[in-house]
Write a protein that binds this ligand. Structure first.
Ligand SMILES: [Zn+2]
Ligand SMILES: [Zn+2]
Length: 263
């Protein structure tokens, strides 16, 4: 499986992706925002774009569909529940569906609500597993729930699905928010040495060169995956005394998300 990450260089700091078969060069574009930029990247690598996948319906993940379809006749894939809001969707997806790219790539569809009600992540299995997670999981953070989402659903997605994946899973999110999110983790958990190191590294590189993390690393530096950490809970209680001494993980997650909204 070949992966090309494309930095959109916009204020929202979007990442777009090409996933291609190493034997046939057939490619899937994930979350095209700048369609021409994605086409150019595919051309430069010699890929033939056959499919587009939108992780969810927000415009910064779909705006490039039209240009890519016009040029390549690619099929558009998206969560069945988001299809009517995106428009032009050829294949509505549900949990457990498989997306084939060329001869060698198979991606499993995960139904991952929270950022929106109808959001999919794609999982590549194998020796080097990879997760394309849109606006669900970010490096050291979690997606917001302002535009059609629900933090309780996002919690369920994190705990029951994403946190269960192998630690070696590489994480490919829809935006580059690494440094800002690590600063949030450190504000929750000043003693987190891994987060401090990762922040120094993140500040030293351009966003387009941001490191690809693994889920194992995320579990060490992402506050939204550290819901039982005593320091996280204690600091959260200073802000939200009503959560009590032993808040359940869901309460911690929802309050972290609430805090991050205004942080
Ligand atoms: Zn979004
Ligand atoms: Zn987005």
């Amino acid at each position: 499986m070949l992966i090309e990450r494309i930095w959109a260089a916009n204020d929202l700091r979007n990442f777009q992706y090409l996933v291609a078969c190493s034997e046939t060069g057939e490619a899937l574009v994930i979350d095209p925002l700048e369609g021409r930029q994605c086409l150019e990247a595919a051309r430069a690598r010699g890929f033939t774009t056959r499919q587009i996948l939108n992780t969810h319906e927000h415009l910064d993940h779909t705006a490039g569909n039209e240009v890519v379809v016009e040029e390549t006749r690619a099929r558009v894939l998206a969560h069945a529940g988001a299809a009517s809001r995106i428009g032009g969707v050829d294949r509505g997806l549900g949990r457990g569906d498989i997306i084939k790219v060329g001869r060698t790539v198979e991606l499993e569809v995960l139904d991952t609500p929270g950022h929106t009600r109808s959001h999919v992540c794609l999982l590549a299995h194998g020796d080097s597993p990879a997760l394309f997670c849109g606006d669900t999981l970010f490096n050291a953070g979690a997606g917001n729930c302002h535009n059609g989402g629900d933090p309780k659903l996002l919690y369920e997605t994190f705990v029951n699905q994403l946190a269960q994946l192998p630690d070696a899973t590489r994480v490919y999110p829809g935006h580059e928010y690494m440094a800002r999110n690590l600063a949030f983790t450190l504000d929750r958990e000043p003693g987190n040495v891994d987060a401090a190191k990762a922040l120094a590294t993140a500040k030293a590189v351009k966003p387009e060169d941001a490191r690809v993390t693994t889920l194992g690393e995320e579990k060490r530096v992402n506050a939204f995956l550290r819901l039982q950490n005593p320091e996280v809970v204690a600091r959260l209680r200073e802000r939200f005394p009503e959560i009590g001494e032993k808040p359940d993980a869901r309460t911690v997650f929802v309050k972290l998300r609430e805090l991050r909204n205004s942080w």
